[in-house]
Design a protein around this ligand. Structure first.
Ligand code: AMP
Length: 113
């Protein structure tokens, strides 16, 4: 864990952030600045800076994140209307928090604009 990393602090339960889901590997919480009616972040507890830093033995974390994202979409009632899943990678890719996280966004009434 990195003490100056926001998502390390959040995923270790050191902030007041409420989790929609937690297990030994990941936490899921609402994005503080949502870009859609539903905007969740799926965050591994292990500090990994970005997809660029992912090692082969960490691949199971990513598959776990996607499987959980699918479940969370259903739980949020957006699985049938549709949603987006994405990673921003480094500054040029729009990454602002340098601790790996998967965005789950959806819930637009008339589909994605
Ligand atoms: P990215 O641009 O991919 O690094 O995404 C970082 C996301 O984290 C942004 O959508 C922010 O709104 C979100 N964010 C930043 N701080 C917090 C926080 N304390 N709690 C929840 N989400 C946050």
């Amino acid at each position: 864990m990195s003490t100056d990393c926001l998502f390390c602090q959040i995923s270790q339960g050191k902030m007041s952030t409420q989790f929609l889901y937690e297990d030994d590997i990941i936490v899921v919480f609402k994005d503080i600045n949502p870009m859609a009616p539903v905007h969740l972040l799926l965050v591994p507890k292990e500090h990994i800076r970005s997809i660029n830093d992912l090692e082969p033995d960490q691949a199971s974390i990513i598959s776990h994140m996607f499987m959980k994202a699918k479940e969370m979409a259903k739980e949020q009632g957006i699985n049938e209307s549709g949603y987006r899943l994405f990673f921003n990678v480094e500054k040029g890719g729009g990454q602002e928090v340098f601790h790996l996280h998967l965005h789950l966004i959806g819930g637009w009434k008339e589909g994605r604009k």
